[in-house]
Design a protein around this ligand. Structure first.
Ligand code: FES
Length: 164
């Protein structure tokens, strides 16, 4: 987070309560509930841990344990669009470093950073399992393969502004 980072978007805790109550009583539901909350909010707000624990009849410590164990969960606010650039070997050989440089330059972010408006978060990934299409980048659920740096700006422009 930069020093000029604005306050993160407000969290809809009622929606989190709804998600919890929709799954109440189902066995082994903690991870799916956390996934759904993250999908809805973008991360797992620390304040929601007690709501989730209470609703599912477990403890905040157990929720925290799951969050700590699984790297797929985030406990800090992220951008509306998470941009993942592959830094694996196949992508590297085909110019992945230039893609990453272009993304960093376009968004003004380093690996792991979120912009001050919470529009974008930049992450690098070891391999996305699509080496034949290298170099690759994913924005949210959208996959871009056989990239070159000249395409990066136009792709990212498509996600700028708006609220979706
Ligand atoms: S190395 Fe980039 S997708 Fe495998």
């Amino acid at each position: 987070m930069s020093q000029s980072q604005k306050a993160p978007p407000p969290v809809d805790y009622d929606r989190i309560r709804e998600i919890v109550s929709e799954h109440k009583g189902e066995p082994g539901v903690l991870i799916p509930v956390l996934q759904e909350v993250q999908e809805e909010v973008g991360y797992i707000p620390p304040e929601s841990m007690s709501i989730i624990a209470k609703g599912l009849g477990t403890t905040p410590a157990q929720v925290q344990g799951v969050l700590t164990f699984y790297a797929m969960f985030y406990t800090a606010p992220r951008g509306r669009h998470v941009v993942r650039v592959c830094r694996g070997t196949a992508c590297h050989v085909r110019g992945g470093a230039n893609i990453l440089r272009a993304v960093k330059g376009d968004l003004g972010l380093q690996d792991g950073e979120t912009d001050e408006d919470y529009q974008f978060t930049l992450e690098t990934v070891a391999c996305m399992g699509a080496c034949a299409l290298s170099p690759v980048m994913v924005v949210g659920n959208d996959f871009y393969g056989r990239l070159n740096p000249a395409r990066v700006g136009a792709i990212l422009d498509g996600y700028k502004g708006g609220t979706t």
